[in-house]
Design a protein around this ligand. Structure first.
Ligand code: ATP
Ligand code: MG
Length: 257
């Protein structure tokens, strides 16, 4: 039997280690969102509210996850923490394996601009900009050329039934129309993660179903990751994973085929 030289042994071990490291990197590369022991409390003493308690969630790239639970169970709190819009009382949030607590303010806002689309209950549209300008705002920051910007805005406005409303300011739109502008704004820059707090809440059932179809298409064709809260049984039905919250605690987490 031929004995291996120390050099050959060294080479083999190095190869094994590299493979292990590569495997680990592949596994963690698929994790886009991770929360560990995430807690959020509001107030203190008699007025203490435990809005979220010890939430441990791992979300892989391309998941289509619904957060459900009664009013006050912590859905919005969880989405705000994941998006770095609120600070946890304890615990951590990792986005693309980076702890957002360790990012500087600029790093976090750059990350949000380039990777996350938000659709929140308060639509946060910029009041002095028209609907069209609100939708294309992030693409402007990203330096997307005008022809491409116009093409994407037109397509989304058509899909969301906003044609002809491009020049109106938010105050000149109904609640449902403002929500659709917020949806278009979140999706137009094709972020890898969309966080949506009850995205269909103010929409009629046809527009809500169209929006869900569009979300599913982006999820399936572009592997975009969606995390959204909902009370709507029709949306829950179509989620691939459902995380249930009760009183700030995760009580169930089921994946469906
Ligand atoms: N800024 C705040 N100050 C004090 N309490 C808060 C604050 N924000 C949320 N809470 C409380 O935290 C708990 C969770 O609220 P959260 O908004 O996350 O619930 P939710 O599941 O999104 O409810 P809904 O379905 O009504 O939107 C509630 O008891 C709420 O009153
Ligand atoms: Mg909420």
């Amino acid at each position: 039997m031929k004995l291996l030289s120390p050099k050959e042994i060294n080479k083999m071990t190095t190869q094994v280690n590299i493979t292990d490291v590569a495997k680990k990197a592949t596994v963690s590369q698929n994790t886009v969102i991770e929360t560990t022991h995430l807690c959020r409390e509001f107030g203190q003493g008699d007025t203490l509210v435990k809005a979220l308690t010890d939430a441990n969630i791992t979300i892989e790239r391309g998941e289509f996850t619904a957060i459900i639970g009664p009013s006050g169970s912590g859905k919005s709190t969880l989405l705000q923490l994941i998006g770095g819009l609120d600070n946890p009382s304890s615990g951590d949030v990792f986005l693309d394996n980076k702890n957002i607590n360790h990012m500087t303010g600029n790093e976090l806002s750059d990350f949000r601009r380039d990777h996350i689309g938000f659709i929140f209950q308060a639509y946060n549209l910029i009041p002095v900009l028209s609907a069209q300008e609100n939708i294309e705002y992030i693409m402007l920051l990203q330096g997307v050329p005008a022809t491409e910007r116009n093409k994407r805005v037109d397509n989304l406005m058509h899909t969301l039934g906003l044609e002809g409303l491009g020049d109106r300011r938010p105050a000149e739109l109904s609640g449902g129309q403002q929500q659709r502008v917020a949806v278009a704004r979140a999706m137009v820059s094709k972020p890898s993660i969309i966080l949506a707090d009850e995205p269909t809440a103010n929409l009629d059932s046809k527009t809500g179903a169209d929006l869900l179809d569009m979300m599913k298409e982006l999820n399936e064709k572009q592997n975009m990751t969606f995390v959204f809260s909902t009370h709507d049984p029709k949306i829950m039905e179509r989620a691939k994973r459902i995380i249930s919250l009760v009183d700030g605690c995760i009580v169930a987490d089921e994946r469906r085929s």
